[in-house]
Ligand binder design. Structure first.
Ligand code: NAD
Length: 434
């Protein structure tokens, strides 16, 4: 099928590339000309394992194209996916500015009847608005039908998830539209949930809010475990074996971050508010997470009330491993607080340092290895559980740090192992070592 994808971020680019991999012809449209230029040369503007290779292969097969022109990008296409950002507005609701602009551009460049599929995470009722908004700007009599196809990929394993997801959700009001969108995914061989527009939109928010709830729940219990002398890791293992609970998203840590959970929980709250519907569970999930993102700073300040001129190594900056995405990463708050207290932060992240410069204080020093960051530091703080960081030899902390003190926001190490190396080790929801 001939398809356009609007917006080439983590979702749009991965979707476009994966659709070409199964044989569709896709033109990706983005207003960012710099990105378009680099993608045309086969260089992905985002870090995502396996993406560059798949992108290059499909450019060579002449199935994947990039443009900043809607006219060129929509030429001859029967389905258009929208995957632009829907960031959080000041009041917590989803900001639909990019989406509205995309709708207008679609309408102005329609040369046939179209199906427009929204992949962006949008408030319930938005797809109806998309249909109205496009129809409003159509001047040449063509018709548009809409479908909702929310995205569930995880950054860091986005390609794998696209081909191996648990389900594909498609919402539409007409069987013919559902059929058309289902046919795009035929060769993916994944379970498809076909539903109405509003339920599809709600499935996305409900899923993200539930996962965020699991994280805040386990973090709240972890904080209690610390007071009780219990170990949250053992508690999670015991809970997770119950299949009604499941063992995923039950790891205590410094809270969730990233471009989805924080904004989507806030947007859900805001959707509720606009219908006069209180959501106390979601509100407390958000509040718990905000506190949790600071918890490592509280531990650090308890250990060292005076941080002036202390050299602190921060290991891992991205909001999770295998991505360069820094949006709402817990490391941002932690680094800012350390710098505000007078500390000299030496940071290391295998991939995200370049993006981190946009978010972190200018005084942050970026190192090119864990060794370099921790050498002579007063203590180290782990913020992202990259494989390289999780597998870093414990004895090197003892050898290279000025004081053998490690704060671990991701519970990377086994407590018995840590004890063998004489480290003072503060993690989340587990007894302190040393
Ligand atoms: P992103 O910010 O990485 O990318 C958005 C892209 O859209 C940018 O390249 C931007 O230049 C482009 N754009 C903006 N306005 C445009 C316009 N009018 N025309 C063409 N291009 C335009 O966003 P993302 O992280 O890929 O997220 C996109 C959507 O998918 C959001 O609604 C998000 O909530 C949802 N989502 C994201 C993830 C994720 O892991 N990132 C997962 C599931 C769902």
């Amino acid at each position: 099928m001939k398809i356009s994808v609007i917006g080439t971020g983590y979702v749009g680019l991965v979707t476009g590339v994966c659709l070409t991999e199964v044989g569709h012809e896709v033109t990706c449209i983005d207003i960012d000309e710099k990105k378009v230029k680099s993608m045309r040369e086969g260089i992905s503007p985002i870090y995502e394992p396996g993406l560059d290779e798949m992108m290059k292969a499909n450019i060579e097969r002449q199935r994947l194209f990039f443009t900043s022109s809607y006219e060129e990008g929509m030429e001859g296409k029967e389905v258009v996916f929208i995957a632009v950002g829907t960031p959080q507005s000041k009041d917590g609701s989803a900001d639909l500015t990019y989406l509205n602009k995309a709708c207008k551009s679609i309408a102005q460049n329609m040369k046939r009847d179209l199906i427009v599929v929204t992949k962006s995470t949008v408030p319930v009722g938005t797809n109806e608005h998309v249909e109205q908004e496009i129809t409003k700007h159509i001047t040449n009599g063509f018709k548009v039908k809409v479908a909702s196809n929310p995205e569930f990929l995880r950054e860091g394993s986005a390609i794998y998830d696209t081909f191996n997801g648990d389900r594909i959700v498609i919402g539409a009001e007409e069987e013919a539209v559902l059929d058309k969108v289902r046919s795009i995914y035929e060769s993916f061989n994944l379970p498809i949930v076909s539903t109405d527009l509003r339920s599809a939109e709600m499935i996305k928010y409900a899923s993200n809010a539930f996962l965020a709830t699991k994280i805040s729940f386990i973090n709240e219990l972890g904080n209690l475990c610390e007071k009780l002398g219990a170990n949250i890791e053992n508690v999670s293992a015991g809970m997770g074996m119950d299949q009604r609970i499941g063992n995923k998203f039950l790891q205590a840590g410094v809270g969730y971050g990233g471009s989805c959970f924080p904004k989507d929980t806030n947007a859900l709250l805001s959707i509720g508010k606009s219908y006069g519907h209180d959501m106390p569970i979601i509100q407390s999930v958000i509040d718990t997470n905000e506190k949790q993102q600071r918890i490592i700073v509280d531990k650090i300040k308890e250990y060292s009330p005076d941080l002036l001129n202390k050299k602190v190594a921060v290991l891992g900056l991205a909001f999770k491993p295998n991505t360069d995405d820094m949006r709402d990463a817990p490391s941002i708050k932690v680094v800012r607080e350390l710098v505000d207290a007078g500390a000299e932060v030496h940071a290391y992240d295998p991939i995200a340092s370049e993006n981190a410069r946009i978010f972190l204080p200018g005084s942050t020093v970026y190192n090119s290895s864990v060794d370099e960051a921790i050498e002579d530091a007063d203590f180290a703080v782990i913020m992202t559980d990259w494989k390289e960081i999780k597998e870093y030899e414990l004895q090197k902390f003892t050898k290279l740090l000025k004081n053998p003190v490690l704060f671990d926001g991701r519970n990377c190490y086994n407590l018995q192992e840590v004890a063998q190396y004489g480290l003072s080790y503060y993690s989340i929801g587990r007894p302190t070592v040393g």
